[in-house]
Design a protein around this ligand. Sequence first.
Ligand SMILES: O=C([O-])CC(=O)C(=O)O
Ligand SMILES: [Mg+2]
Length: 237
Amino acid sequence: MNADQRKAVLKLFEGLRVTDVNDGMDAVGLQNVGIMNRSIRPLWRDIEQFSHRIYGLALTVRFMPTNQAIHCDSLDEYKRVKQDWYRNLAPDKFAVKIQDGDIVVIDGSTDTDVGFCGSENTFGWVNRGARGVVTNGGARDTDEIIKQRLPVYCNYIGRGIRPGRLVYDTCNTTVNVGGVLVNPGDVIVADGDGVVCVPIDQAELVAAIARDIQRDDKVSRRKHYEKAGLDLDFTVE
Ligand SMILES: O=C([O-])CC(=O)C(=O)O
Ligand SMILES: [Mg+2]
């Protein structure tokens, strides 16, 4: 997809909720194949502007558990080994590939307590154009991630770093995140209800149906607002 095509697909999903998109997936016969496990949750929610909500194109990444432990005799040696691990075994090789409108989708599930999305690297990915991160693994430094308003949807808060815990495998390949098959370039929509992935070849149709569903929902909810004497807001306009 060229930049114009990417923009055009993304525009179709602007403002849609996870539920609209999920309902749209139902309508084309894709029940339960795009909705990620409910354990993958946003780290924070902005109920005024909904700035935690993201939609974008999947840049997929896979980390794997390691079978290598680290045992060092000195702090200097440990620092060296740690640096080598980041450089050679668990580098952010995907970061240079981030394009405007991407969502970094990381399959990094392990049973170890590791938070490979931190307040430093995640900020770097967002500054390169990513709209946020979705992962079946963990995030750390979460107070800062929340303060920095970085949209991170993760399975858990993990305190550890990568060295001694996981290694980089590959990027831009098919991954399984939250029980969903995600191909590079698929559309990801994430909000307070969780995360849904739309296969790119169904994106146009699903978005059109989802838009229709949302339009009807706005009409119904607007009537409730009016009856309740509430000021209208952008969710019903
Ligand atoms: O160093 C890491 O791997 C994760 C981290 O804490 C950060 O990026 O802030
Ligand atoms: Mg950190």
